[in-house]
Design a protein around this ligand. Sequence first.
Ligand code: TYM
Length: 338
Amino acid sequence: MRIVSGIQPTGNLHLGNYLGAIRNWVAMQDQVSAGGGQCLYFLADLHAISMPHVPAQLSANTREMVAALVACGIDPDRSILFNQSQVPQHAELQWLLNGTARMGWLNRMTQWKDKAGKNREGQSVALFTYPVLQAADVLLYQATHVPVGEDQKQHLELARDIAQKFNNDFCTEDAPLFTLPEPYIPPEAARIMSLRDGTAKMSKSDPSDMSRINMTDDADAIMQKVKKAKTDPEPLPSEAAGLEGRAEARNLIAIYAVMAGTTVDAVLADFGGQGFGAFKPRLGELLAETLAPINERFVALREDNAALDAILRAGSEKARALAVPTLNATYAALGLVR
Ligand code: TYM
């Protein structure tokens, strides 16, 4: 098994990232490394420059994100933790795959449509070709599984399409070059929603900090954000079917269920008939209890930039060694003389 996944270092790690992806990164690290497989987790700093950014902020965010991932349980001795830009093979493979990816495929990407809006002409070329780099990220390592939230599903499907077309066009049937990666999307936490609007996903780019729980929030901030979270006036139902049409309630119950390691039905069996006044403090406490040790480790780790840089350097070296054979085979398959 080869697990590969990435996150953009564009600000705070939030509960959506944690429940949708990072928790599974940690769980897979524990299972996979014990069974002889490998996990590669990286900061997608090359993806981060597809949108306007402040250079000094990107460096600071990159280091903060390493500290946050280690605080969440990613162990650099068992997983390969690195930043994409220190492994130039990602960008090289992207160029080679640009020959296989089709304009029409990229034009259909919902993230491109959402981020570009009406101003397509004014976007960076990088924002348009972003999904080809993401395909290179996973195909470079022959990833078998990619743990992500629901919003990355379409990008993973594109990676599979690119791999399949490349294998068809340039390889013999019995010796395909690229492994087709399987997305791994957690059922209950596939899409954690904003605390202010149950129809928008929790996101780093939401201007309101009250819309998300940051992994670095302290207990007071968490209690306050949960208390202020948007809800409706009805009491909680006793069964999941009763959450139909109640996006905010559904989101809070799902968060509780995933954090407590139980199901939505089990949470409703406990809280059904009660109002949010009773439920919210319990949810706040559960979040604060789970996140407090992560926050403590984060605060200690972020102090030492040299140690964080050393983690990325060592991880990048290991990643480069794994990347080279596939990259060389890709050059050869395309007939490029080396
Ligand atoms: P990014 O940085 O936006 O998010 C990192 C991970 O967090 C998940 N996620 C969520 N899950 C549930 N609910 C939410 N509200 C929520 N918000 C974010 C994302 O699905 C993701 O798994 N393009 C990617 C980074 C990337 C990548 C890759 C991922 C680059 N190369 C290769 C996998 C494989 C991104 O911007 O994720």
